[in-house]
Design a protein around this ligand. Structure first.
Ligand code: PLP
Length: 258
């Protein structure tokens, strides 16, 4: 996974590719970019990924319903030899019909129109600016979390996610009880902790069509909900985030090196 959505950790895919090359490992490199494509810099060709999987419903700002595969020549050659049973997910009918400009099933045309508009929006801002915008939201969010004296779940700064931030609840406080208060009082839906993290973290999403004021509103809601839920925290998260947003230029992306 390029961006691990339950923990807010972004993998360094280029480093994984380099390690595979160094070990001369023949495996195909398959990467899920569902919560990173269009929010965090990602390079299918340059990083020599074999299969990249993406979906319409996150950074591409569309309803769910479209799936995308980018496939290397190596993966294309491996597919006909693969022995896993498959029908709907088989690439061959898609490749065959696409050659003549057709689709083997009824395509979700409404979503394709939406996709065209989403791509226009990303193009208008420019991808480098889109990535820098998300890096900036993520940094502002982490500053708020630290000022609240709460903890960002991701412990490795090189792997901070720019799509979302998972926040660790203080011991003895249930993240889902807090999320319920945020939803009921402020009509704000925060992400739940998944699997082992159930009840221990909540997640703040900052991907897709998102701007400074939306982030300010989101962090304001979190701060009010922390107080309403009697979670011990320090005030000042909003101020820390707003100070950063007001002064930060968009140069963060160049420094992130992902
Ligand atoms: C959201 C997401 C998916 C797919 O989610 P569905 O809701 O099951 O379509 C897969 N991988 C990642 C990394 C995601 O963030």
């Amino acid at each position: 996974m390029h961006n691990e959505t339950s923990t807010g950790v972004a993998s360094r895919i280029r480093a994984i590719r380099d390690a595979m090359d160094e070990a001369k490992h023949p495996a195909l490199l398959l990467v899920d970019t569902i919560s990173s494509l269009g929010s965090i810099d990602y390079r299918h060709d340059e990083w020599r990924v074999d299969v990249t999987v993406a979906g319409s419903q996150k950074g591409l700002m569309l309803p769910p319903g479209l799936g995308f595969n980018a496939v290397s020549a190596k993966a294309l050659a491996a597919a006909p030899r693969a022995r896993l049973p498959r029908a709907y997910w088989d690439w061959q009918p898609m490749l065959r019909d696409n050659a003549a400009g057709f689709f083997p099933y009824t395509p979700a045309t409404n979503l394709l129109y939406g996709l065209r508009e989403a791509l226009r929006m990303l193009d208008e801002q420019g991808l480098a600016n889109v990535f820098a915008r998300h890096d900036r939201f993520a940094e502002a969010t982490r500053r708020a979390v630290r000022a609240w004296r709460l903890e960002v779940l991701c412990a490795e700064p090189r792997e901070y996610s720019s799509s979302l931030t998972a926040v660790v609840m203080p011991a003895g406080h249930d993240a889902d009880a807090f999320r319920k208060i945020a939803l009921e009082r402020f009509d704000m839906s925060l992400g739940t902790g998944l699997g082992r993290l159930k009840g221990q973290v909540f997640r703040i999403g900052h991907l897709g069509d998102f701007n400074d004021l939306m982030l300010a509103g989101t962090l304001g809601g979190v701060e009010m909900a922390l107080a309403a839920a009697d979670v011990p925290f320090a005030r000042g998260g909003i101020t820390a985030a707003l100070d950063f947003l007001a002064h930060a230029t968009q140069d963060l992306h160049a420094a992130s090196g992902r």
